[in-house]
Design a protein around this ligand. Structure first.
Ligand SMILES: Nc1ncnc2c1ncn2[C@@H]1O[C@H](COP(=O)(O)OP(=O)(O)OP(=O)(O)O)[C@@H](O)[C@H]1O
Ligand SMILES: [Mg+2]
Length: 326
């Protein structure tokens, strides 16, 4: 690999150092530091008022910090014009953030227009995004008020993706939706071909969402980071009682989603059969697929080896495994 390419991979996409924001006596953000790697999905999780939105808005200079430093792609963001910076960072907000007097197509085209894209290129992109987000083509000419909340949220996501920015910031992007629609749209987003390579920072207070989307989770409280790490690290190696109690009511479900079949792969017998998933899926996924069957067949993605995953041994191995982690 060329040295410069290697550097690019090692340099974090986003680097936040000792960041603070005070509002009078309120320390909304109190000296936090974190890095987000290229392509990583980083979650800011925490209860209301812990400083998530303030942190997110400092990343694209909608809010200026009281202290600390942020670099994006190794450049300090204070050295960049806020307007230019924002064009390279998609921003997806919760709820009613579409422009009410713009059509769906015009809403999606906002950033491409600012970037001076041609009419044809913009139209083609709008059409492509409507398709990818399962919105009928004729919706292009509708106004936001003519759409349901879920459809508006899809347009919102399309708008954030429109100019194909390498970084996307999302603030409770599914917050205003009912749980079923919420899960649907979340799955759609994750399955988009463009999603994989994006560096994403997402704010949520929803533990399921954090675990499903996040490569790493940053749990905040009162403006400070309580712990950052993978879901498994937060769940099984909580750094404090705060972290432990934050996940306590959710422990089992979160653990089922966090532990992968490959973690307990050793305990199953090799046996050929109709494979329906790979071993990088979670225990939860396996249970969902199993339904009322007694077993499913799973392949190891690395060597193609197939094993039979029986319902009873699945749960027994899972509880043995989690017991060793605590
Ligand atoms: N413009 C402001 N002026 C004064 N205080 C503010 C301002 N914006 C935020 N705060 C305070 O800073 C703290 C953090 O707010 P922030 O919006 O970042 O929280 P949050 O984690 O996003 O919460 P939520 O989950 O409710 O959206 C809160 O105590 C809030 O009241
Ligand atoms: Mg907020």
């Amino acid at each position: 690999m060329h040295v410069r390419e290697a550097d690019a991979l090692l340099t974090p996409m986003i680097n936040v150092k000792h960041l603070s924001k005070n509002y009078g006596a309120t320390r909304a953000v109190a000296g936090i530091s974190f890095e987000v790697k290229q392509g990583e999905k980083f979650i800011l999780l925490g209860t209301s008022g812990c400083g998530k939105t303030t942190t997110l808005k400092m990343l694209n200079r909608l809010i200026e910090p009281s202290a600390g430093e942020i670099s994006i792609q190794a450049r300090k963001i204070t050295a960049q014009q806020p307007e230019m910076l924002r064009r390279s960072i998609g921003y997806i907000l919760q709820g009613n953030s579409l422009f009410p007097h713009y059509t769906v197509a015009e809403n999606i085209a906002v950033v491409p227009r600012l970037l001076g894209w041609s009419r044809d290129r913009t139209d083609a992109r709008v059409k492509e995004l409507l398709e990818k987000l399962h919105l009928p083509r004729e919706y292009a000419n509708y106004y936001p008020a003519q759409l349901s909340g879920g459809q508006q949220q899809r347009v919102n996501i399309a708008r954030g993706l429109a100019a194909d920015p390498p970084i996307i910031l999302m603030d409770e992007p599914f917050g205003a939706l009912d749980p079923v629609t919420r899960t649907h749209i979340r799955k759609e987003l994750v399955q988009l071909d463009e999603y994989e390579k994006k560096t994403i920072v997402m704010v949520t207070h929803d533990i399921d969402e954090a675990f499903e989307i996040g490569d790493r989770i940053c749990l905040m409280d009162k403006g400070r980071i309580q712990q950052q790490g993978t879901a498994a690290e937060l769940l099984f190696k909580p750094a404090s009682d705060f972290v432990r109690s934050f996940f306590s009511g959710h422990y089992l479900q979160a653990a089922l989603k966090t532990v992968k079949l490959r973690d307990i792969w050793y305990g199953f017998d090799a046996e050929p059969g109709p494979v329906i998933m790979t071993s990088d899926y979670s225990i939860w996924d396996a249970m969902e697929k199993m339904g009322d069957k007694n077993a499913i067949y799973v392949a190891d993605k690395n060597n193609g080896k197939v094993k039979r995953i029986g319902k009873d041994s699945l749960l027994r191995l899972f509880s043995e495994y989690t017991a060793t982690l605590q």
